[in-house]
Write a protein that binds this ligand. Structure first.
Ligand code: NDP
Ligand code: MG
Length: 402
C-alpha cells in the first residue's frame, strides 16, 4: 500500500462522499484527506473542513469568497478554489495521490479526465464520465499510466473476480488464456420490481427514490427505479473491461448480496458477495491490492434464506433496452442517452413528467437528436458539443410532454 495516500474526495458532500470519509476517518494513519469538494450543501462541506482539515477545498465560483471568509473566521487555513477549473486543479495537483470521483453526472467528467491525464489513482464512482467519454478516459488512463479502480459495486465485484493480469490491463480480457466467457451484472430491480407498469406510471418522487437495499443520492435512486442505472452500468462495464455489450448479461437479484459475476469457459462462475454497503467496494479500491477494514456489517450467511435470479422485463424497464441500443449505435448515442436521461430525471424530480416518461424521453432523444458518428480521434470538446446539442433537443422534448 502507498503510505499515507493523499486523497481528494470530489463530491465529498454526497452519499459516496459520506461512505468514503467514514472509512478515511477510521484510518487516519494510512490516508490523508488532502482536498474536498461540494456544490450546494456548503454547510455540510464546512463541517467536513472542520473535521478533516484538508489543504484545499472546491466550491462553486460564486461561493468562493464567502466560503474562504467563513473558514478564516474559524481559523482554518484552507485554500479555496472554485468551479470546474478548481476541480480540475485539485484533480491534477501534484500533491494529490488519489482522486475519488464522486460527483454525480456530466459535471464530474472534466475533473475525472484531468485526474487520468495527471496519472492519478482514480476511484471511480462517477459512471456518467465513462458513459460519455469511455474511450477518451480509458486512453488517457493508459497513456498517462493512471490507475482506474471502479467503486461502483458491480464493477468492483467483477474487477475482484478477474485474474490479476486483466485487472492491470483490460485489453488482456480477449486473450483466450483467461477464459472469460461473459460478465453478469446483478441488479436489485429497484422499488418497482414487483409493481405493475401502471403503478410505476403513477409513482411520485418519494416512492421512486426509496430504494429497497441501498441508500444513495437522488439521481442514481431514480436511475435504479427505471433501471437506467443498470443501462449506464452496462456501458460503463463495456469500457472498463473492453467487451462488447453482448458479452455482458444483466440479471435481477433482489437481495443485492451477489454484487456481480464473471462466467468462465469451463462453466465456473466467480462472484463477489457482501452486505449492500458501498464502504466495501470503496475500501477495496482505497487499499488495493491490500485489504483494510471498511466498517460495513459482515454478511450473515446463516440469516440468508434464499437468493433469487430473475430475467429483466424490457418493457417495464425500457431504459435497459435503450442502453444496449445506444452502445451498439456508438459513442455519440451513449452521450445523447446520458444527457437526455440527466434532464429527464431532473424533470421527474421537479414534478414535470412521470417516472415512465423518462424512458420515452430518452428514446425520443436517441432517435431525434441529429448527431454524426463520433470518430475514434474525437476529443472532449466533440463530446461536450454532442452533450450540449442533446440537452437542447431534450429540453424541447420535455417541454412538449410536460
Ligand atoms: P449525491 O447526489 O449523493 O452526491 C453528488 C455529489 O456531487 C455531491 O457532493 C454534490 O454536491 C456534487 N455535485 C452535484 N452537482 C455538482 C456540480 N454541478 N458540480 C460539482 N459538484 C456537484 O450522489 P451519489 O453520491 O449517490 O453519487 C455520486 C456518483 O456515484 C454518481 O455518478 C453515481 O452514479 C455514482 N454511484 C453512487 C452510488 C451510491 O451508492 N450512492 C453507487 C455507485 C455509483 P452537493 O451535495 O454539495 O450539492
Ligand atoms: Mg452500481
Amino acid at each position: 500500500m502507498i503510505m499515507t495516500q493523499r486523497i481528494a474526495v470530489l463530491g465529498a458532500t454526497g452519499s459516496i462522499g459520506d461512505s468514503t470519509l467514514a472509512i478515511l476517518a477510521a484510518q487516519p494513519h494510512n490516508y490523508e484527506v488532502y482536498a474536498l469538494s461540494g456544490y450546494q450543501r456548503l454547510d455540510k462541506l464546512f463541517a467536513l473542513c472542520q473535521q478533516f482539515t484538508p489543504q484545499r477545498v472546491c466550491v462553486p465560483v460564486t461561493a468562493v469568497d464567502d466560503f474562504a471568509q467563513r473558514l478564516s473566521e474559524a481559523s482554518l487555513r484552507i485554500d479555496v478554489v472554485g468551479g470546474a477549473a478548481g476541480l480540475i486543479d485539485i484533480a491534477a495537483d501534484s500533491q494529490t495521490d488519489t482522486v475519488v470521483a464522486a460527483i454525480v453526472g456530466a459535471a464530474g467528467l472534466s475533473s475525472t479526465l484531468a485526474a487520468a491525464r495527471a496519472g492519478k489513482r482514480i476511484l471511480l464512482a462517477n459512471k456518467e464520465a465513462l458513459v460519455m467519454a469511455g474511450q477518451v478516459m480509458i486512453e488517457a488512463v493508459k497513456t498517462h499510466h493512471a490507475t482506474l479502480l471502479p467503486i461502483d459495486s458491480e464493477h468492483n465485484a467483477i474487477f475482484q473476480c478477474l485474474p490479476a493480469s486483466i485487472q492491470q490491463d483490460n485489453t488482456q480480457i480477449h486473450n483466450q488464456r483467461h477464459g472469460v466467457r461473459k460478465l453478469w451484472l446483478t441488479a436489485s430491480g429497484g422499488p418497482f420490481l414487483n409493481q405493475s407498469f401502471t403503478h410505476m406510471q403513477q409513482a411520485g418522487v418519494a416512492e421512486a427514490i426509496k430504494h429497497p437495499n441501498w441508500s444513495m443520492g437522488q439521481k442514481i435512486s431514480v436511475d435504479s427505479a427505471t433501471m437506467m442505472n443498470k443501462g449506464l452500468e452496462l456501458i460503463e462495464a463495456c469500457h472498463l473491461f473492453d467487451l462488447p455489450e453482448d458479452k455482458i448479461n444483466v440479471v435481477i437479484h433482489p437481495q443485492s448480496i451477489i454484487h456481480s459475476m464473471v462466467e468462465y469457459s469451463d462453466g465456473s462462475f466467480l462472484a463477489q458477495l457482501g452486505s449492500p454497503d458501498m464502504k466495501t467496494p470503496i475500501a477495496h479500491a482505497l487499499s488495493y491490492p491490500e485489504r483494510i477494514e471498511s466498517g460495513s456489517q459482515p454478511l450473515d450467511l446463516y440469516a440468508l434464506s434464499h437468493l433469487e435470479f430473475i430475467k429483466p422485463d424490457l418493457h417495464k424497464f425500457a431504459c435497459l433496452r435503450l442502453a444496449r441500443q445506444a452502445m451498439q449505435a456508438g459513442a455519440q448515442a451513449t452521450i445523447v442517452l446520458n444527457a437526455a436521461n440527466e434532464m429527464a430525471v431532473a424533470a421527474f424530480l421537479a414534478g414535470q413528467v412521470r417516472l415512465t416518461d423518462i424512458a420515452d424521453i430518452n428514446e425520443q432523444a436517441l432517435s431525434e437528436v441529429p448527431v454524426a458518428k463520433l470518430s475514434t480521434a474525437a476529443d472532449i470538446e466533440d463530446i461536450l458539443a454532442i452533450d450540449a446539442t442533446a440537452r437542447r433537443y431534450t429540453d424541447a422534448i420535455i417541454a412538449k410532454m410536460a
